[in-house]
Design a protein around this ligand. Structure first.
Ligand code: SF4
Ligand SMILES: [Zn+2]
Length: 344
């Protein structure tokens, strides 16, 4: 949709990137490793030119470009960031190496840098996880990567967000269709690599109920592919369409109750041993998914624990008085098709 594309582009017009030199973010977190259980994972966020789609227009909720360099970085620049990051590496069995864009886009990560990084990690860790848009997934490229990582598992993650083409176009401005994801997912699976798919919880312009249903329908649609599903509840990032709506009180962040609802439904309907998890960025805070404020950290803990252990029982008896408010909110929104300000 041209208007949405245009709007997302306009929002970046006055944005000025800060030069952070070789700044690279790293941290350690818990994750699940097949055949072993819960282990430590090391996360590296490389600073690159930025996502090609964001350079052109960008997804309606994505503010990753705020931290991108907005200029092409050489293989040496990328490698020096990687070497800097590895000073914090403590032998974690999973390494997630992200770029806030596509690791397989050569404009972000030159081929030679990508090869050196994967070779280096393959000698150290059991599983390497990368993210990419589907257009960079080709049979030929994956075959090359597979040779590089040797015995380590390579997980390729795609931010599909929704399996509904209308939502992809009119709400998220994703720039690809479900069929593009499907083709890429097939290539990943057929080449014996691991697949992870991100789904967005509460894209803009949807009511909370529509968003819950869309997330569940999308997950069911992709469950034929073995792999993991990771729910990404919207958080408010700077210079995005979602921030614009939120500031105008036309968007409420997802309730944590909506997330537990989705997880419970998917937990009951799992196929192909799929793991369903959810990372709530800025959970319980002003710019993240939240409930009433009193129960947020308790509910977030349950979501975190379910994500690691996949035990649906943990989500069953979670309760706070605000759950009734959430139910009212769902009904009211369906009725009025506006954002009921009472519940912001
Ligand atoms: S969500 Fe992903 S594809 Fe969309 S603009 Fe951000 S980095 Fe690019
Ligand atoms: Zn509450």
């Amino acid at each position: 949709m041209k208007e949405l594309e245009q709007f997302c582009r306009e929002l970046k017009k006055n944005f000025k990137p800060r030069d952070k030199g070789n700044h690279v973010k790293t941290w350690s977190e818990k994750d699940y490793l097949e055949g072993i259980g819960v282990v430590d994972a090391f996360v590296i966020i490389l600073r690159t030119r930025g996502c090609s789609w964001a350079v052109k227009t960008g997804c309606s909720m994505c503010g990753y470009f705020n931290d991108s360099a907005w200029r092409k970085l050489s293989a040496n620049d990328i490698l020096s960031q990687f070497n800097l990051a590895m000073k914090n590496y403590n032998g974690e069995q999973i390494v997630k190496i992200f770029t806030s864009g596509s690791f397989l886009d050569e404009k972000e990560v030159p081929k030679i840098a990508l090869e050196k990084i994967l070779l280096n990690l393959a000698n150290k860790t059991k599983k390497i996880s990368i993210e990419t848009r589907p257009e960079y997934v080709t049979e030929e490229r994956l075959k090359e990567l597979k040779k590089l990582v040797d015995k380590s598992d390579l997980e390729v993650s795609i931010g599909l967000e929704s399996a509904n083409d209308k939502i992809l176009e009119y709400s998220i401005n994703k720039g690809f269709k479900f069929e593009d994801y499907r083709k890429a997912a097939k290539i990943i699976i057929e080449n014996d690599l691991k697949l992870k798919t991100y789904l967005l919880v509460k894209p803009p312009f949807l009511t909370e109920r529509e968003a819950i249903n869309d997330c569940i329908d999308s997950a069911k649609k992709i469950m034929d592919f073995p792999g993991a599903i990771s729910l990404n509840p919207v958080c408010i990032q700077k210079n995005t369409l979602v921030e614009y709506l939120w500031k105008n009180k036309e968007y409420r962040l997802p309730w944590l109750w909506s997330i537990t609802e989705i997880l419970k439904t998917l937990g009951k309907n799992k196929k192909n041993n799929i793991r369903v998890k959810c990372d709530v960025v800025a959970g319980g805070r002003e710019r993240g998914a939240h409930n009433c404020g009193k129960c947020d950290y308790f509910v977030l803990d349950k979501i975190r624990s379910f994500s690691l252990h996949q035990n649906i029982e943990e989500l069953k008896d979670v309760y706070c008085e605000c759950k009734e408010e959430w139910k009212e909110y769902l009904d009211l929104q369906e009725l009025t098709h506006t954002e009921p300000r009472l519940f912001m």
